[in-house]
Design a protein around this ligand. Sequence first.
Ligand SMILES: Cc1cc2nc3c(=O)[nH]c(=O)nc-3n(C[C@H](O)[C@H](O)[C@H](O)COP(=O)(O)OP(=O)(O)OC[C@H]3O[C@@H](n4cnc5c(N)ncnc54)[C@H](O)[C@@H]3O)c2cc1C
Length: 321
Amino acid sequence: MGAIWVYAERTAAGVAPVTLELLTHVRSLGQPVEAVVLHPDGASITDALGAHGAARVHLGTDPLFADRLAQPAADALAALVCEHRPDLLVFGATYDARDVCARVGARTGAAVVANGTGLRRDGDAILVDSSIFGLTLQVTTRVGGPTPCVLIRPRSFVAEAGPARAPEILPVVVAIPPEHQRVRRVESVTAVETGPKLEEAPVVVSGGRGLQDPANFRLLDRIAELLHGAVGASRAVVDAGWVPYARQVGQTGKTVKPTVYIACGISGAMQHTVGMKGARHIVAINKDPDAPIFRLADLGVVGDTLTVLPAVIEELERRVG
Ligand SMILES: Cc1cc2nc3c(=O)[nH]c(=O)nc-3n(C[C@H](O)[C@H](O)[C@H](O)COP(=O)(O)OP(=O)(O)OC[C@H]3O[C@@H](n4cnc5c(N)ncnc54)[C@H](O)[C@@H]3O)c2cc1C
């Protein structure tokens, strides 16, 4: 059996969490696991990649990769794939990796499977579980042909370190043609967040149109503060400009897997629930007893958010404030 490769991303904060999730999952398939990292500071994450299962790391540190534009990374990756022919190339479904993945698939003529949520072995074949048609249909795809590319949604698995080992480092030296160097990212702005990140918070308090007014998000801010959680939102209120897109949970937003998810005035449309149904405990507050969110909820409160939330805050302040 050949190796499975994971395209490792290095962000401003270090190794991308999805990279470690993928390595953790891929190592359970029983094949050699390798990672490719293309970043001038890539060496700073090779230990983490090794700790999560990469026996070898292909490391490209050309400053061109710093701009994180897809073309240089796709050039390097396509050349490596043609040289080593791994069994499978796995990417996290992030904005940057999606760009790279599509280009690598086009250049190598490989199949690309998007929106994956899991990988399984069936004898010699690899099966990819994924969601299609706006996440309305779950399908299993048997991938074959030369080095197929698979995109897996972040937070599909929990990252766990394996036995500690230092990976073998293989330098990547690829000439990037001048025509692939013309576009440069000149500025990158990271949104300043206070409190835990939405995707990593143990408690997520999300609001929808049932909050009535953007100013009422302050109620969620207070609950998140008291519970050391983060505030999320439905697309309806993001589209309405109440809160930034970075807060959106769901199909076209973020996938969260907190211990507790509190949905306040959110109907529970399928496009929202695909982003939060992995929460361990779901609490819903909605004035409509037939709201679809109650089908998922472990605890449902039928009531007006503007009455229930102040009472929740009062009780939390008494207990933990
Ligand atoms: C391709 C596509 C992608 C999408 N992606 C996403 C996505 O990523 N995330 C997402 O969230 N949506 C997404 N949507 C939109 C989704 O289909 C829903 O329209 C959206 O989730 C609805 O948001 P909402 O629940 O806040 O609003 P509504 O559907 O308007 O529901 C409001 C809820 O609040 C309740 N309510 C009203 N007043 C009160 C009150 N005072 N107290 C308590 N409850 C009250 C109502 O009973 C209702 O259940 C997508 C749609 C499409 C087509």
